[in-house]
Design a protein around this ligand. Structure first.
Ligand code: NAP
Length: 284
């Protein structure tokens, strides 16, 4: 029987996960089909319930379900519990476990595609939502020297900084504008955009979260937004002389980690990159 795995999200029209996950299963000649499952929030519980039996292996979870889905799962992996979001579900018998592979995907993308070692660096994370939480806890685990969190809603940045402060000293929170942000952006070794600013098909398409802010020319600027691949922030960073990393590598590596959870096999990352890049090219 063909096994099924897929992605829950709403809407889902632009997801490229089916393209690169299917390529990974096909490269092992596995009888698995990876599908896109657009599920509105009020149907999520029923949809997750279906995963508890054959032929389902599990699922990926994306916007807007990463937090809500935790209510419908039996066991939450400690990394996902700390981040407060699940992006991968695996089935064992009738039981479902929730994982979060965004943090490992993000850190692996920094090392393998950004040539960047986070240990000892001064990091600036923009955003305080699910993706920012993955970046913050991932960077703390890697031993960054200092961490600043800037967010439009200051209270969310402060609350994330407070939550993470028992794990390391030197975490600061600030609004997404103003002198403090400018000072930090001018000296940070790593700047990460985990807001959705600049994302295609949104009101902020064409905008940069650091418009008019001086970017340290010796920094690596990483934008988690992957559609478009070359975002306004990345263009600004290049103009400032900084190195850049788009969001596609993180997307592929979080998917690779999910593939390994479902299959216990090493993810064929080069195959996944090729399929992901051609799906991006087709969709733009
Ligand atoms: P989320 O939980 O909804 O958080 C959204 C964040 O963006 C919040 O910090 C929000 O600020 C901020 N924001 C949204 N619109 C804004 C605007 N117009 N001006 C200023 N700030 C704004 O979403 P998420 O799951 O963290 O995802 C954030 C982005 O990361 C998305 O673009 C997503 O596609 C991307 N992402 C990429 C990967 C990858 O693998 N590359 C993985 C996960 C996520 P407030 O708190 O003030 O609302």
């Amino acid at each position: 029987m063909t096994k099924l795995v897929g992605i829950f999200g709403y809407p889902l029209a632009h997801s490229i996960s089916p393209a690169f996950q299917q390529a990974a299963f096909d490269s092992y000649s596995m009888d698995v089909r990876y599908e896109a499952w657009p599920v509105p929030p009020d149907d999520l519980e029923r949809a997750v319930g279906k995963l508890r039996a054959e032929p389902y292996m599990g699922a990926n979870v994306t916007v807007p379900h990463k937090q809500q889905v935790m209510e419908f799962i039996d066991t939450i992996d400690p990394v996902a519990a700390r981040i407060g979001a699940v992006n991968t579900i695996a089935r064992s018998g009738e039981s479902l476990t929730g994982y979060n592979t965004d943090a490992t995907g993000f850190i692996r993308s920094l090392r393998e595609r950004g040539g960047f070692e986070p240990r000892g660096c001064r990091a600036l994370v923009l955003g305080a939502g699910g993706a920012a939480r993955a970046a913050v806890f991932g960077l703390i685990d890697e031993g960054v020297e200092s961490l600043a969190i800037a967010n439009r809603t200051l209270e969310r940045a402060e609350s994330l900084a407070n939550e993470a402060s028992p794990l390391m000293e030197g975490i600061s929170a600030m609004p997404l504008h103003g002198d403090e942000l400018s000072r930090i952006a001018a000296t940070a070794d790593l700047i990460v955009n985990s807001t959705s600013i600049g994302m295609r098909h949104t009101d902020s398409e064409g905008n940069s979260p650091l418009a008019g802010v001086r970017i340290n020319p010796r920094s690596l600027v990483c934008d988690m937004v992957y559609n478009p691949q070359d975002t306004p922030l990345l263009k600004e960073a290049r103009a400032a002389g900084a190195r850049t990393l788009g969001g596609l590598p993180m997307l592929i590596y979080q998917g690779a980690a999910a593939f390994e959870i479902w299959t216990d096999k090493e993810a064929p990352v080069e195959v996944m990159f090729r399929a992901g890049e051609s799906a991006m090219a087709e969709s733009s």
